[in-house]
Design a protein around this ligand. Structure first.
Ligand code: ATP
Length: 297
């Protein structure tokens, strides 16, 4: 990745600078709305909870003039479906996902959710529809409770506990001296990579958005922790429209549809078996990336 600033990091970048400077809390969404580059259109509507029918229609986008990353991309994902995005590094999988919360705006075409152009929604209400799980989890010095409640400020104790349970964080919390009141961070307990991931998952359960973006880790966790987290992630994805930037065979196999993204655009789409039978781009990618994993099972 080098010096490039990855689009999905933008969300944590914005958040990370926040608790340092300001003592009280404003809402997570209010914070995101303070981003300067993309503004709400006059008359933008604050949408309520959407179903999560996604459509990319002729979407083009590039970071630098004359170097398009996405060219006239068409993609439809029905509400509740899980699609796995696979393809070579640099093909544009992360870029495609980062257009959905409007970290960047399309340069041609449009993206709609439930038929509404995302530029016609307020950014706060748009981003309220989307949960993002990525490798880096933002934590702040404070209690476990506050860190989970960051997903939905003002959530009740019962809702926080329920989100923790669904993320399988309850056993961790029970084992701590002050339970939910235990401090985490520099002056409190240090969390393992797996526990941090669970905390991120709990936040999203609490917020309950209809759309999920999962940027699958390529490494970092040991395989047992990884399997346990995968389990929580598939529960999190159930009933939500989910885009996974997939690096694991199990993920692509379980997806409703696999989208093979190359620098030329979407090369193929279908189920694991359909695409293997077709013997095209997915077949080659599978042989290179996933076949060793399959042989080891
Ligand atoms: P990977 O599997 O490595 O994450 P990817 O398929 O997600 O790759 P993107 O990260 O979307 O690919 O990158 C697509 C192209 O856009 C690449 O050529 C990349 O170098 C470029 N790119 C990504 N982010 C930026 C940025 N912030 N500024 C300029 N170019 C960028």
């Amino acid at each position: 990745v080098g010096v490039f600033y990855r689009p999905l990091d933008k969300i944590s970048q914005v958040i990370e600078t926040y608790p340092k400077g300001i003592a009280g809390f404003r809402s997570f969404l209010a914070l995101l709305a303070t981003e300067p580059d993309i503004l709400d259109r006059p008359g933008a509507i604050a949408v309520g909870k959407l179903r999560g029918d996604l459509r990319f229609e002729g979407v083009s986008f590039g970071y630098t003039p004359g170097r398009p990353v996405l060219k006239g991309l068409d993609l439809a994902v029905a509400a509740g479906q899980t699609i796995a995005l696979v393809g070579p590094s640099g093909a544009g999988k992360t870029t495609l996902c980062s257009l959905l919360p409007r970290f960047y705006d399309v340069q041609a075409g449009r993206i709609t959710i439930d038929g509404i152009d995302i530029r016609d929604m307020t950014q706060a209400s748009l981003r309220g529809q989307i949960g993002i799980v990525q490798q880096d989890v933002f934590l702040f010095a404070g209690t476990f409770r506050a860190n989970i409640a960051y997903g939905r400020l003002g959530a009740s104790e019962a809702d926080i506990l329920e989100a923790a349970r669904r993320a399988r964080l309850d056993a961790v919390i029970e084992a701590l001296p002050q339970g939910l009141d235990t401090l985490i961070g520099e002056r409190g307990v240090k969390l393992s990579g797996g526990q941090k991931q669970r905390l991120a998952i709990a936040r999203i359960f609490l917020r309950n958005p209809p759309i999920l973006i999962l940027d699958e880790a390529t490494s970092a966790l040991d395989s047992e922790t990884e399997r346990a987290i995968q389990h929580s992630l598939s529960e999190l994805a159930a009933g939500r429209t989910t885009l996974v930037i997939a690096h694991r065979l199990a993920t692509v196999r379980n997806a409703d549809r696999i989208i093979v993204v190359t620098t030329e655009g979407i090369a193929e789409q279908g189920s694991h078996h359909e695409l293997l039978a077709a013997g095209g781009a997915y077949g080659r990618l599978h042989a290179a990336q996933f076949a060793p994993e399959e042989a080891a099972v």
